[in-house]
Design a protein around this ligand. Structure first.
Ligand SMILES: [Zn+2]
Length: 320
């Protein structure tokens, strides 16, 4: 089962206690994922088609209780390419169903559901229920190991407007795009997806999401540190080699006995260990010296070598 289906299974098991929330969730399922269709000959109805059995079951229960009617379910074996079943829950447009739709703010005009259910989602409990219904009907979520992506799709952009507004009211910042004839409302940030899972009421999926996410981010951080460390080591080897080269120049053109014992000792160590860090050199000195003290001494040796070389180059070549 995909992670998305797993989240839906969990959300489908949440049955809101309050009538107001049940209505909001049903409205979201109808608004985002139902279509008008012909059921029995000449009979018009609303149907919701899904590949997730738990979603079909939930819609069935909500519709049955809210409209006081008996929806019909049709199960179709899917094609060879996509194994599994497809479930269609069909609600005939009886008189009480039409009345119920009106109460949900969903009116039938020109054979399609029109006008968003504005008054339905004023309370926070109902807002969460609406978001849950929207995700159950038209949403999907990538598995946490993949790049983070949660989306809700609809064929008409205005159907996503309510969902986008509710997400924003809860501090999320969804973005909108267009893909293969569908409008897509999506979230890309891991924190925001966690927050939405929390709002919709999927604590088990949220925990699993967070566990994988923490591991993934820890691994990224370790890789970053390792790369950064490797870069630092490479940099210090380059510096050490340059210093050793300058000290070699000093040994050839200068009497090292003229140096103070401290400088002489650092010069000797650097020549032998060009790849050692300043800290490592400092620990080999007697008495031990700090990183910055070693750095200071090496700089003095380098500038002495530079000055000597400049002097040599400026002087006229000695005659035979
Ligand atoms: Zn409510």
């Amino acid at each position: 089962m995909s992670f998305s289906d797993q989240v839906k299974e969990e959300l489908a098991r949440v049955l809101p206690e309050r009538k107001c929330c049940q209505a909001a969730e049903l409205a979201a399922l109808l608004y985002l994922d139902s279509t008008l269709s012909l059921g029995a000959p000449g009979e018009l109805g609303l149907s919701l088609t899904t590949r997730n059995a738990a979603v079909a079951r939930k819609f069935y229960r909500l519709a049955k209780s809210y409209f006081s009617c008996r929806p019909r379910i049709r199960v179709t074996k899917s094609q060879r390419l996509r194994p599994g079943n497809t479930y269609t829950v069909y609600v005939p447009l009886l008189e009480q169903v039409q009345g119920g739709l009106k109460a949900l703010g969903l009116e039938l005009g020109h054979l399609r559901l029109a006008s968003p259910p504005a008054g339905l989602v004023s309370r926070p409990c109902c807002q969460r229920a609406f978001l849950r219904g929207a995700f159950l009907g038209a949403g999907s979520l990538s598995k946490p190991q993949s790049p983070y992506h949660l989306e809700v799709v609809a064929s008409q952009q205005e159907r996503l407007a309510v969902v986008a507004r509710l997400m924003r009211e809860h501090g999320l910042s969804p973005r909108l795009t267009w893909r293969k004839g569908q409008h897509v409302l999506y979230l890309k940030e891991a924190e925001q997806i966690s927050e939405l899972l929390n709002l919709m009421g999927a604590p088990a999926s949220l925990l699993q999401w967070e566990n994988v996410r923490v591991l993934k981010e820890m691994r990224n951080e370790i890789n970053r540190l390792v790369n950064c460390d490797a870069a630092n080591v490479a940099k210090s080897v380059v510096t050490g080699t340059r210093q050793a080269a300058k000290i070699t120049y000093l040994t050839e053109h200068y009497d090292l006995e003229k140096l103070s014992p401290r400088l002489r000792e650092v010069a000797r160590l650097r020549l032998v260990y060009p790849d050692f860090s300043l800290q490592e050199l400092g620990q080999m000195l007697e008495p031990r010296a700090s990183k910055s003290a070693v750095n200071h001494r090496l700089r003095r040796l380098e500038s002495l070598a530079d000055a000597l070389r400049a002097e040599k180059e400026a002087a006229p070549p000695a005659d035979g």
